[in-house]
Ligand binder design. Structure first.
Ligand code: ATP
Ligand code: MG
Length: 491
C-alpha cells in the first residue's frame, strides 16, 4: 500500500514551513483496511478516493503555502489544487474542535483546535479517528486499529453525547456498517435505539446523502434492515416500515417489507444504478393501503398507482432532485406492465414505451427483474422477457416509410407541375427503393433529378416500378425485423 505522491508532497510542504500535517479520516481507515486484508483491497477500499489532510496551519496559512488553492469559508477546509490527473484536488483542513451543539443539528461555532488530539476526538467513530503521517506512522488515540480488526463501529467517547451533538452520526454508523461490513458495537447501537428520534432535527439533504450511500452499498438490504432494528427507519421511510408484516398472496413467500428488501438486494448484487435500486425498494410501497382480503387470495389492485404517488411524496420529502423523483416515480408506476407473447399487441408496448420514456425502459425491465426474483418464487420468464425486449426495440425504431425521404409529395408536385394523384405516391415509393439500396442517395439534389426522370415515364411503367419498390421495402423491413429478433434470440 502506498500513499500517493501528491498527498506526500502536500504534507512535506506544510512540514517544511514548520506546520504539523497528517492524513486523516476515511482515507486512513480504508488504507489500513486494504493493507490489513486482501479481501478488503479486492472490494475496492484501496481504490481511488479522496485524501483528506489535517494540519495546525490556519486557512490563511495553508493558502500562503499553496498559492493555487481556494477557501470558501468551508469549515476551515482549504481546497488545494495540484498538477495531477489522478488527484487534482486535496482538501486540507485546520485542526478543529466542535463547540457545543444546542440543536443536535450543527455546531454553534466551529473553532480551531490546538492539537491533533483535539481534532481526532471530535470525529465520529474510532475507525474514522486515526491519523497517519507521510512516513505511514499511525496516531491512533481511541483504539481505531483494534476496532478495524474487530470490524466494529464505535463512537469516539460517550455515544449519547456524540449523537446528541450531531444526530446524523446515527445514520452514518449504519452507513459504515453497510459499506464496510462491520457491526455496530453494543453501547453505540443501544444509544442509537434510545435516541433515534433526534434524527428529526437533521436536515433532509444530509439524511438523503447517507441513505443513498446505504442503498448503493453491496449490503444495501442489510443496511435498511439495520435502520429498522435501530428504530431509525421510521424517521426516514415510515411508509416502508408500515410494510413490515403485511402478508402477501400466493405469488409471494415474503411479506411486503421483506419482498422490498429482497428486490433491493438483487439490484445491489447486479450493481444496478441508484434509480433502479430505489425503485426496487419502493415499488410495492402502496400495497398495504390497497390490500383487500387475507391470506393466499388477498389482492392489491392499483397498488402501483398508489405506490407511485407515495414514492413521489417520499422522494420529494427527502429532497431528491426533480429529475430523480420523476424517473423513480415512473419506474414504480409502470412496474406492473402486462406482457405475454402473442397476447399483447405492439401498439400497447408502444404506449408503454411512450409512458415510461424510451430512455427509462432498460431500467424498468431491471426493476421488474428485481421484483420477480425478490418474490422468492420467481416464475421462469427468460423467453418472454427476451420477446418483450425485442418488441420494445422494434417499436422504438422508426418504421421504414417514405417519411424518411428528404423530399415529399409536395416537392414531387412542384417539380413536375402536376396535381395530386396516384403518380405522386408511386414516385415516392420508387425513390424510397433507391434510398434503401443506398442511403447516401437520400439528398434533395439526387432525388430531385430522379423525380424529373420518373415524371417522364408513362403510367403503366411507373406503376410497375412502384410495385417492385414496395416489395423491396417489405423485404428490407423483414430483414431489419429478423436482425432485431436474432439479437434477442426470439423466433
Ligand atoms: P467516505 O469513504 O464516504 O468518504 P469518510 O470517512 O471519508 O467516508 P466523510 O463523510 O467524507 O467520511 O468524512 C470524513 C471524516 O470526517 C470522517 O472520517 C470523520 O473523521 C469526520 N466526520 C465526517 N462527518 C462527521 C460527523 N458528522 N461527525 C464527526 N465526524 C465526522
Ligand atoms: Mg470522505
Amino acid at each position: 500500500m502506498v500513499i500517493p505522491k501528491e498527498v506526500k508532497t502536500i504534507i512535506s510542504q506544510l512540514k517544511q514551513k514548520g506546520y504539523e500535517a497528517y492524513i486523516v479520516g476515511g482515507c486512513v481507515r480504508d488504507f489500513l483496511l486494504a493493507s490489513q486484508n486482501e479481501a478488503a483491497f479486492a472490494q475496492g477500499y484501496g481504490g481511488p478516493r479522496d485524501w483528506d489532510v489535517t494540519t495546525n496551519a490556519k486557512p490563511e496559512e495553508i493558502q500562503r503555502v499553496f498559492p493555487d488553492s481556494f477557501y470558501e469559508n468551508n469549515f476551515l477546509t482549504v481546497t488545494v489544487r495540484i498538477e495531477s490527473k489522478k488527484i487534482p484536488e486535496i482538501e486540507v483542513t485546520t485542526y478543529r474542535l466542535e463547540a457545543k451543539y444546542s440543536d443536535k443539528r450543527h455546531p454553534d461555532d466551529v473553532r480551531y483546535a490546538k492539537t491533533l488530539e483535539e481534532d481526532l476526538s471530535r470525529r465520529d467513530f474510532t475507525v474514522n479517528a486515526i491519523a497517519m503521517n507521510d512516513k505511514k506512522k499511525i496516531i491512533d488515540l481511541f483504539g481505531g486499529q483494534d476496532d478495524l480488526k474487530k470490524k466494529i463501529i464505535k463512537t469516539v467517547g460517550n455515544p449519547d453525547e456524540r449523537f446528541g451533538e450531531d444526530a446524523l452520526r446515527m445514520l452514518r454508523a449504519v452507513r459504515f456498517a453497510a459499506t464496510l461490513d462491520f457491526t455496530i458495537e453494543e453501547k453505540t447501537a443501544e444509544a442509537i435505539k434510545k435516541n433515534s428520534v433526534w434524527l428529526e432535527a437533521v436536515s433532509k439533504e444530509r439524511i438523503r446523502d447517507e441513505l443513498v450511500k446505504i442503498i448503493m452499498a453491496d449490503r444495501a438490504a442489510e443496511g435498511i434492515e439495520l435502520l429498522r432494528q435501530l428504530h431509525l427507519l421510521k424517521y426516514i421511510l415510515p411508509e416502508l416500515e408500515e410494510n413490515y408484516g403485511v402478508g402477501q398472496n400466493k405469488h409471494h413467500i415474503y411479506d411486503c417489507y421483506h419482498h422490498a428488501l429482497k428486490a433491493l438486494e438483487y439490484t445491489a448484487k447486479k450493481k444496478f444504478n441508484v434509480h433502479v435500486r430505489i425503485a426496487a425498494l419502493l415499488h410495492d410501497i402502496g400495497k398495504p393501503k390497497v390490500k383487500v382480503g387475507n391470506g393466499i387470495n388477498s389482492t392489491f389492485y392499483n397498488h402501483e398507482v398508489v405506490g407511485a404517488k407515495m414514492a413521489f411524496q417520499i422522494l420529494r420529502r427527502l429532497a431528491f432532485s426533480s429529475k430523480d423523483v420523476e424517473k423513480i416515480t415512473k419506474l414504480v408506476k409502470w412496474h406492473m406492465f402486462y406482457y405475454n407473447v402473442d397476447e399483447v399487441t405492439e401498439s400497447s408496448v408502444r404506449r408503454l414505451v411512450r409512458n415510461v420514456g424510451p430512455e427509462n425502459m432498460a431500467e424498468l425491465l431491471q426493476v421488474r427483474e428485481a421484483d420477480r426474483i425478490g418474490s422468492g418464487v420467481p416464475k421462469a420468464e427468460p423467453y418472454k422477457l427476451r420477446h418483450l425486449k425485442y418488441i420494445i426495440d422494434k417499436v422504438s425504431k422508426d418504421p421504414i416509410s417514405v417519411g424518411m425521404l428528404k423530399v415529399d409529395g409536395k416537392d414531387v408536385m412542384e417539380i413536375l407541375g402536376i396535381d395530386p394523384g396516384p403518380r405522386v405516391g408511386q414516385i415516392l415509393d420508387v425513390l424510397l427503393g433507391h434510398v434503401l439500396d443506398d442511403p447516401k442517395k437520400n439528398t434533395r439534389e439526387f432525388l430531385s433529378t430522379e423525380i424529373k426522370k420518373l415524371g417522364a415515364l408513362e403510367d403503366k411503367k411507373l406503376k410497375m416500378m412502384a410495385e417492385g419498390a414496395k416489395e423491396d421495402k417489405f423485404e428490407v423491413q423483414a430483414e431489419e425485423d429478423k436482425k432485431i429478433k436474432d439479437k434477442y434470440w426470439v423466433k
